[in-house]
Design a protein around this ligand. Structure first.
Ligand SMILES: Cc1cc2nc3c(=O)[nH]c(=O)nc-3n(C[C@H](O)[C@H](O)[C@H](O)COP(=O)(O)OP(=O)(O)OC[C@H]3O[C@@H](n4cnc5c(N)ncnc54)[C@H](O)[C@@H]3O)c2cc1C
Length: 424
């Protein structure tokens, strides 16, 4: 387990309740789904809606992975600017990917509305803030590319950014009107509720230990017994274990930490008054948002060290908040946590076929709320016979990420050094 205490603030503030665990199926399933995060649950929801028998097996509890630990920024498309996406994917897939994933946040907000998921959706956009003049130049280039595609983004001046953030530290910002924020654990639990209502089953505390193809069926060995299925979808992402040999090696795992303040009441009124979440243009980026109880949640790349009461990470958070909001005064820290992110070598998500009847959407590079939700819909189409040539990404086979161990160690060291430097 990759846990340093409570898995996140969101576990305590989620209005949606955790789902009851279902018994193991005794019939052959249309699809066995491994992992109870956005990917697995959205696959369950969309396949059940198409009339398939779907069963999710989650080793821990719903939202245990990235889905219950993230910042809650419902962002559009991918990390990369659109022209880079087109260069990597080519004109056909590039255009299709950008179109479908640009609409990703709207798809998420529509599902929230349709299933009345109580996850504090805020549709005021997100802010990519420039930490330097060079960062602003990068944002200007991104702005031009999105504008040419007719997408609703604005480039804000330093003064406009200061009004929306409540801090004068930034050189400008890209305001993406497609995006917004949610309580990520609530959304995950709400997806589980919607999937169950559509007829899917969910078993928690059940680890899948082995997958074996026998004839046309998959034999799925779980910690609670054997199951058989016509197809299997792995939704394990950065929390992938050694279930499918080599799958862990296709991405670099990085950690991302977050620190939540206690509720600040009216003291936080001038900070993010419209509740856009933000992240900056720094190479080792940080993020900031405010929840419905006026807690500030600040995060950065790297592992969390210590607890809410003491240690490097809470010191880092207090220093960062003081530097950005000098008038805020002392802030007490309520929660500290981290999670794992799967980074692919080309910074784009992938849809892999691992064997006949076995797929995994994977490697969301820290942008998984809309991505995981959309991939669930895509998997339902694949499983009901949609022509793979019409999908937003080609279905490919995995290749190991080069120099994985070394790269991960270098990331880890760089992130820890920056945290230490900022906490001094
Ligand atoms: C700290 C942090 C901040 C982030 N911020 C954002 C953000 O603001 N916006 C955004 O869009 N994305 C963000 N992300 C990324 C996003 O959270 C992930 O991409 C997304 O949650 C992945 O969802 P998933 O369902 O694919 O995988 P996960 O949610 O990671 O779920 C995988 C599940 O598989 C289970 N599992 C693994 N092996 C087995 C097995 N053998 N048997 C049964 N179960 C198994 C695990 O227990 C886990 O619950 C962030 C991620 C982190 C960690």
């Amino acid at each position: 387990m990759d846990n340093i205490g409570p898995i996140s603030l969101w576990e305590h503030t989620s209005e949606e309740q955790a789902a009851q665990s279902a018994a193991l199926p005794d019939k052959v399933l249309d699809v066995a789904i491994i992992g109870g995060g956005y990917t697995g649950l959205s696959t369950a929801l969309h396949t059940a809606e198409k009339g398939l028998s779907a069963h999710v097996f989650e080793a821990n509890h719903i939202g245990f992975g990235g889905s219950g630990r993230n910042v809650g920024l419902v962002n559009a498309a991918a990390w990369l600017p659109p022209e880079k996406i087109q260069n990597i994917l080519g004109p056909v897939y590039g255009d299709r990917f950008i179109r479908q994933f640009s609409d990703g946040p709207q798809y998420v907000f529509d599902l929230i509305e349709r299933y009345q998921i109580r996850c504090e959706p805020t549709k005021t956009g997100t802010l990519h803030v420039a930490h330097s003049a060079k960062g602003l130049k990068d944002l200007r280039a991104r702005f031009g590319q999105w504008q040419r595609l007719g997408e609703p983004v604005d480039l804000l001046s330093a003064e406009e950014t200061a009004d929306l953030v409540g801090s004068e530290r930034f050189f400008g910002a890209l305001l993406d009107h497609r995006a917004g924020t949610i309580n990520p654990m609530s959304y995950c639990r709400g997806l589980a509720r919607a999937a169950s209502a559509a007829g899917a089953k969910i078993s928690t505390g059940v680890r899948v230990q082995k997958l074996k193809q026998i004839g046309d069926l998959w034999q799925v060995t779980t910690s609670s017994g054997l199951v058989r299925a016509k197809a299997v979808v792995l939704g394990t992402n950065a929390y992938t274990d050694d279930l499918w040999p080599g799958l862990q090696n296709i991405f670099h795992t990085i950690h991302y930490l977050q620190v939540s303040s206690a509720s600040l009441g009216s003291r936080a009124d001038k900070i993010l008054p419209a509740r856009q979440g933000l992240w900056d243009t720094g190479k080792i980026m940080f993020s900031l948002r405010k929840d419905m109880d006026n807690r500030l949640i600040i995060g950065t790349m790297g592992r969390a060290f210590g607890t809410a009461q003491q240690g490097l990470t809470q010191r880092w958070a207090q220093k960062m908040l003081k530097a950005m909001f000098p008038d805020l005064g002392a802030v007490s820290i309520a929660e500290v946590w981290h999670g794992k992110i799967a980074m692919t070598p080309d910074h784009l998500p992938a849809l892999y076929q691992l064997a006949s009847g076995l797929w995994t959407p994977i490697g969301y590079n820290g942008r998984g709320i809309a991505t995981g939700t959309l991939f669930g819909q895509v998997m339902a189409e694949v499983l009901t016979g949609k022509d793979p040539a019409t999908l937003p990404l080609p279905i490919t086979t995995p290749r190991p990420a080069p120099l994985r161990g070394l790269t991960q160690q270098m990331y880890d060291m760089a992130f820890s050094a920056k945290q230490l430097w900022k906490a001094l």
